[in-house]
Design a protein around this ligand. Structure first.
Ligand SMILES: [Zn+2]
Length: 172
């Protein structure tokens, strides 16, 4: 995916560029290529970015540690402000608290938009925090408990019970 030179967008039809995605994203471990579409529109002092994409990833169940495949999908849009002072956060004193509105993404109006990196971030945000192979997964402990509940102990009990019964039948 090529970077988009932002001023170039103003000359595109409807100030919009559409990118067909069908590739593995650098740094994102997916089983299948990411497939979908990104649409970037120049709206004067901001970019409107839409994405609709999906891929299959391998997750590890938090409870039983088994691996399973998960369909990772994004259907999202974001406003990216075009701001002459974008990316100058490094110059600020470290002690300064950054107000929440400053965390909204912004880019230089004469800069580039990197669709690949942006989509990577969106896909990462969509990775489930809590990964479960099944909503009712019993986990490792659950599996172990089920096993010990099985017949073995009960069979022993039954044998002892019949021994007791035999004893009672024997003359004291
Ligand atoms: Zn599980």
């Amino acid at each position: 995916m090529d970077a988009i030179f932002i001023p170039q967008l103003t000359k595109a039809p409807e100030r919009t560029e559409e990118i067909q995605v069908r590739e593995f994203l650098p740094g994102l471990d997916t089983l299948t290529p990411v497939r979908g579409v990104i649409r970037v529109r120049h709206c004067g002092n901001y970019l409107e970015v839409l994405a609709n994409a999906e891929a299959i990833i391998t997750c590890t169940c938090n409870r039983c540690l088994q691996q399973f495949n998960h369909r990772l999908a994004v259907d999202t849009s974001e406003v990216i402000w075009l701001d002459e002072t974008a990316n100058q956060v490094e110059d600020l004193p470290l002690e300064r608290e950054v107000p929440l509105e400053d965390l909204v993404e912004s880019l230089l109006p004469q800069g580039y938009f990197h669709p690949s990196e942006w989509l990577y971030e969106q896909m990462c945000l969509a990775i489930p925090f809590r990964q479960l192979c099944d909503r009712n997964c019993q986990g490792i402990e659950g599996t172990a408990k089920n096993k010990s509940d099985n017949s073995a102990e009960k069979t022993v009990d039954k044998r002892w019970a019949s021994l007791e019964a035999l004893k009672k039948q024997l003359p004291g």
